[in-house]
Design a protein around this ligand. Structure first.
Ligand code: HEC
Ligand code: HEC
Ligand code: HEC
Ligand code: HEC
Length: 122
């Protein structure tokens, strides 16, 4: 077998193994939350959640409220947790608009501020 074909096979089987892993754990969490042993109830207030509904108060139990997060990241040149409080400026956004959990994070601010160098960790 050509090395390329071999590599392709390895990739395919890795993808298959990955898929069956996903099936066993339907809603994987980002690594830090998984390692910290968070359970569904911590965020969903429900042992067997089937819906997205997550109150951001759930995040705040462990991470503090918006003011606390704004203070925590105030050293950054652009603070993602402290958008301008002007009337015509959007935000603050719900924590989960950026930190999605079961899918890759995003940074809402970048929809308008394409020049901001911000990357959400999880
Ligand atoms: C750290 C907080 C957190 C934990 C822990 C968590 N979730 Fe979620 N979950 C969310 C957030 C936030 C959303 C909404 C995502 C969005 O709107 O982008 C969500 C969405 C969902 C959804 C609906 C959307 C979808 O992707 O289908 C299901 C179902 C779900 N979670 C199941 C679970 C299960 C099952 C567990 C436990 C294994 C779990 N969640 C643990 C935060 C969490
Ligand atoms: C039960 C407590 C708990 C809840 C609820 C919780 N977290 Fe966490 N979170 C943690 C712990 C513990 C860590 C890992 C801290 C570390 O390893 O530095 C963490 C890590 C994080 C990080 C990454 C920090 C880093 O330094 O990379 C983000 C972002 C985060 N959480 C956001 C959220 C959001 C958003 C929610 C709500 C959807 C949430 N968390 C709910 C306990 C919690
Ligand atoms: C507009 C997008 C956005 C929203 C909304 C948001 N965050 Fe973040 N968050 C970020 C970004 C970007 C970072 C990375 C900051 C950096 O570069 O250190 C971050 C970092 C964090 C961290 C890790 C801080 C560290 O340096 O250890 C935690 C914890 C966290 N956010 C929790 C929250 C919580 C709780 C909320 C809601 C109260 C929230 N975030 C709302 C974008 C967001
Ligand atoms: C829907 C578009 C939009 C989004 C999303 C958005 N902004 Fe803005 N932002 C603007 C506009 C337009 C201005 C300039 C007008 C003003 O000052 O209100 C601005 C101005 C700012 C300024 C002042 C900078 C300057 O040079 O005057 C900061 C800081 C800022 N935004 C941070 C943020 C952060 C942090 C987020 C995410 C949490 C965010 N913005 C999300 C549209 C947006």
């Amino acid at each position: 077998m050509r090395p390329n074909a071999m590599a392709a096979l390895v990739l395919i089987s890795a993808a298959l193994i990955g898929d069956s892993g996903l099936a066993a754990t339907p809603k994987p969490l980002p690594s830090k939350h998984a390692k910290s042993g968070l359970i569904c109830f911590d965020c969903h207030r429900n042992e067997n959640p089937t819906q997205a509904a997550v109150a951001e108060e759930s995040c705040m139990v462990c991470h503090g409220d918006y003011a606390a997060m704004a203070a925590y990241t105030k050293h950054l040149s652009v603070n993602p947790h402290d958008p301008p409080k002007k009337k015509d400026h959007p935000g603050p956004f719900p924590c989960t608009d950026c930190h999605h959990q079961h899918k890759a994070p995003e940074v809402k601010c970048l929809e308008c501020h394409t020049d901001f160098k911000l990357k959400a960790p999880l």
